[in-house]
Design a protein around this ligand. Structure first.
Ligand SMILES: [Fe+2]
Length: 165
């Protein structure tokens, strides 16, 4: 179970642990999404985000070193659920085009969750005076937002159209 949280700094540590576990789950899930994707641009988007995700893990490790906190914490249940939903999408008996649209929808669920969590973490870090760490978290937040926007563009400009019929 959780240790008792008495300060915003404690809650910030818990957020970092949750993000760390979430990113590590994503490191395993993204190659599966990329294998399943048929649109080459979608595959590239997943591969690009896999590289970025490795960097997100490294940034969290850097923050943990700077602040001397332990990143071992409880499983991120939200990411577990989002990954399971991605697995449901991958298991659909769908055409390639519909499957690509389904993979994007699952991936955007992941990105939106991460955007929400990193957004909170940035503000906690700033309030706690951890400005270097807030900047690192903000770099990751920006990459999560651009990954989401890339998926949006792929869906709107191409994948959804191809899945229409
Ligand atoms: Fe990430």
């Amino acid at each position: 179970m959780f240790d008792k949280q008495t300060t915003l700094a404690d809650l910030f540590t818990l957020k970092l642990q949750g993000l760390y576990d979430a990113e590590k789950q994503l490191l395993k899930a993204l190659p599966m999404l990329s294998d399943k994707a048929t649109d080459p641009r979608l595959r590239m988007a997943f591969e690009k985000h896999l590289d970025e995700t490795e960097n997100h893990v490294a940034r969290l490790e850097q923050i943990a070193t700077n602040l001397a906190v332990d990143l071992d914490g409880p499983r991120c249940k939200a990411m577990q659920g989002l990954v399971e939903e991605g697995e449901q999408m991958m298991a659909l008996n769908a055409t390639d085009e519909v499957l690509d649209a389904a993979l994007i929808s699952a991936a955007q669920g992941v990105e939106h969750y991460e955007i929400a969590q990193y957004g909170t973490a940035v503000y906690f870090a700033r309030r706690l005076g951890y400005h270097t760490e807030a900047a690192l978290l903000h770099d990751t937040l920006a990459e999560e937002k651009s990954a989401d926007e890339l998926l949006n563009q792929l869906a709107i400009n191409s994948v959804n159209e191809k899945a229409l019929s």
